[in-house]
Design a protein around this ligand. Structure first.
Ligand code: 5GP
Length: 131
Protein backbone atom coordinates (compact mmCIF):
# COMPACT_ATOMS: atom_id res chain seq x y z
CA UNK A 1 0.00 0.00 0.00
CA UNK A 2 1.22 3.49 -0.86
CA UNK A 3 2.50 5.55 2.06
CA UNK A 4 0.59 8.64 3.13
CA UNK A 5 3.43 10.72 1.64
CA UNK A 6 3.18 8.95 -1.74
CA UNK A 7 -0.52 9.76 -1.68
CA UNK A 8 0.39 13.40 -0.99
CA UNK A 9 2.84 13.44 -3.92
CA UNK A 10 0.15 11.94 -6.16
CA UNK A 11 -2.32 14.63 -5.06
CA UNK A 12 -4.73 12.16 -3.43
CA UNK A 13 -4.20 13.87 -0.07
CA UNK A 14 -3.83 17.66 0.02
CA UNK A 15 -0.66 19.33 1.28
CA UNK A 16 0.82 22.81 1.60
CA UNK A 17 3.50 22.54 -1.08
CA UNK A 18 6.72 24.44 -0.64
CA UNK A 19 8.85 23.07 -3.49
CA UNK A 20 8.95 20.27 -6.03
CA UNK A 21 11.05 18.87 -8.84
CA UNK A 22 10.93 15.58 -10.75
CA UNK A 23 12.41 13.60 -7.86
CA UNK A 24 11.65 15.43 -4.63
CA UNK A 25 8.78 17.17 -2.86
CA UNK A 26 8.68 19.57 0.11
CA UNK A 27 5.56 20.47 2.08
CA UNK A 28 4.57 21.82 5.47
CA UNK A 29 4.27 19.37 8.35
CA UNK A 30 0.61 19.25 9.37
CA UNK A 31 1.56 19.20 13.09
CA UNK A 32 4.39 21.69 13.14
CA UNK A 33 6.86 22.16 15.97
CA UNK A 34 7.22 25.76 14.74
CA UNK A 35 5.60 27.75 11.91
CA UNK A 36 7.48 26.81 8.74
CA UNK A 37 8.26 23.21 9.83
CA UNK A 38 8.74 21.51 6.49
CA UNK A 39 9.14 17.91 5.36
CA UNK A 40 11.35 17.04 2.39
CA UNK A 41 10.80 13.66 0.72
CA UNK A 42 11.90 11.64 -2.28
CA UNK A 43 8.94 10.93 -4.56
CA UNK A 44 10.16 7.37 -4.89
CA UNK A 45 9.02 5.64 -1.74
CA UNK A 46 11.80 4.24 0.45
CA UNK A 47 11.16 3.65 4.13
CA UNK A 48 14.58 4.26 5.61
CA UNK A 49 16.61 7.32 4.61
CA UNK A 50 19.93 5.49 4.68
CA UNK A 51 18.66 2.83 2.27
CA UNK A 52 18.46 5.46 -0.48
CA UNK A 53 21.08 5.04 -3.22
CA UNK A 54 24.07 7.37 -2.86
CA UNK A 55 23.36 9.62 -5.82
CA UNK A 56 19.68 10.02 -4.90
CA UNK A 57 20.65 10.68 -1.28
CA UNK A 58 23.08 13.42 -2.30
CA UNK A 59 20.50 15.02 -4.59
CA UNK A 60 17.86 14.85 -1.83
CA UNK A 61 20.21 16.58 0.61
CA UNK A 62 21.00 19.31 -1.91
CA UNK A 63 17.28 19.82 -2.55
CA UNK A 64 16.71 20.02 1.24
CA UNK A 65 19.49 22.62 1.45
CA UNK A 66 17.71 24.84 -1.10
CA UNK A 67 14.46 24.47 0.83
CA UNK A 68 16.22 25.29 4.13
CA UNK A 69 17.70 28.43 2.55
CA UNK A 70 14.18 29.45 1.53
CA UNK A 71 12.83 28.80 5.03
CA UNK A 72 15.63 30.89 6.54
CA UNK A 73 14.76 33.83 4.27
CA UNK A 74 10.99 33.57 4.73
CA UNK A 75 10.64 32.78 8.44
CA UNK A 76 12.38 34.87 11.11
CA UNK A 77 14.62 32.36 12.90
CA UNK A 78 18.15 31.88 14.19
CA UNK A 79 18.77 28.56 12.44
CA UNK A 80 16.95 25.95 10.44
CA UNK A 81 17.24 22.67 12.33
CA UNK A 82 17.42 19.31 10.56
CA UNK A 83 16.18 15.98 11.87
CA UNK A 84 15.32 12.54 10.58
CA UNK A 85 13.16 10.24 12.70
CA UNK A 86 10.77 8.19 10.60
CA UNK A 87 9.07 6.69 13.64
CA UNK A 88 5.58 7.46 12.33
CA UNK A 89 5.61 7.48 8.53
CA UNK A 90 7.58 4.74 6.68
CA UNK A 91 8.57 7.01 3.80
CA UNK A 92 11.93 8.72 4.20
CA UNK A 93 11.59 12.40 5.13
CA UNK A 94 13.76 15.19 6.42
CA UNK A 95 12.33 17.60 8.98
CA UNK A 96 13.43 21.23 8.52
CA UNK A 97 12.41 23.36 11.49
CA UNK A 98 12.92 27.12 11.93
CA UNK A 99 14.53 27.52 15.35
CA UNK A 100 14.44 30.35 17.85
CA UNK A 101 15.63 28.11 20.66
CA UNK A 102 16.78 24.52 21.09
CA UNK A 103 13.33 23.72 22.53
CA UNK A 104 11.76 24.30 19.10
CA UNK A 105 13.27 20.96 18.04
CA UNK A 106 11.67 18.97 20.86
CA UNK A 107 9.43 16.40 19.15
CA UNK A 108 7.57 15.74 22.41
CA UNK A 109 6.42 19.31 22.97
CA UNK A 110 2.93 20.51 22.15
CA UNK A 111 2.57 21.26 18.45
CA UNK A 112 1.73 24.69 17.04
CA UNK A 113 -1.85 25.16 15.86
CA UNK A 114 -2.19 27.04 12.56
CA UNK A 115 -5.21 27.93 10.47
CA UNK A 116 -5.49 26.96 6.81
CA UNK A 117 -4.80 30.59 5.88
CA UNK A 118 -1.63 30.63 8.01
CA UNK A 119 -0.40 27.38 6.45
CA UNK A 120 -1.07 28.79 2.98
CA UNK A 121 0.67 32.08 3.72
CA UNK A 122 3.73 30.33 5.18
CA UNK A 123 3.96 27.83 2.30
CA UNK A 124 3.78 30.65 -0.28
CA UNK A 125 6.35 32.75 1.55
CA UNK A 126 8.82 29.86 1.66
CA UNK A 127 8.09 28.84 -1.94
CA UNK A 128 8.77 32.40 -3.13
CA UNK A 129 12.07 32.51 -1.20
CA UNK A 130 13.50 29.37 -2.78
CA UNK A 131 15.99 30.10 -5.55
P1 5GP B 1 8.24 10.84 11.86
O1 5GP B 1 7.88 9.68 10.95
O2 5GP B 1 9.42 11.62 11.37
O3 5GP B 1 8.42 10.38 13.29
O4 5GP B 1 7.01 11.85 11.88
C1 5GP B 1 6.17 12.03 10.77
C2 5GP B 1 5.83 13.50 10.60
O5 5GP B 1 4.91 13.59 9.50
C3 5GP B 1 5.15 14.14 11.81
O6 5GP B 1 5.83 15.35 12.13
C4 5GP B 1 3.72 14.40 11.34
O7 5GP B 1 3.16 15.58 11.87
C5 5GP B 1 3.87 14.47 9.83
N1 5GP B 1 2.69 13.99 9.12
C6 5GP B 1 2.05 12.81 9.32
N2 5GP B 1 1.00 12.68 8.48
C7 5GP B 1 0.98 13.82 7.73
C8 5GP B 1 0.13 14.28 6.67
O8 5GP B 1 -0.83 13.63 6.25
N3 5GP B 1 0.43 15.50 6.13
C9 5GP B 1 1.48 16.24 6.56
N4 5GP B 1 1.69 17.43 5.97
N5 5GP B 1 2.31 15.84 7.56
C10 5GP B 1 2.06 14.64 8.13
Amino acid sequence: MASIFTRIVQGEIPSYKVAENERFYAFLDINPMAPGHTLVIPKQETDYLFDIADEDYQALMLFAKRVAEGIFKAIPCKRVGVAVLGMEVPHAHIHLVPLQTEADMDFRKEKVQLSREEFERIASAIAESIQ
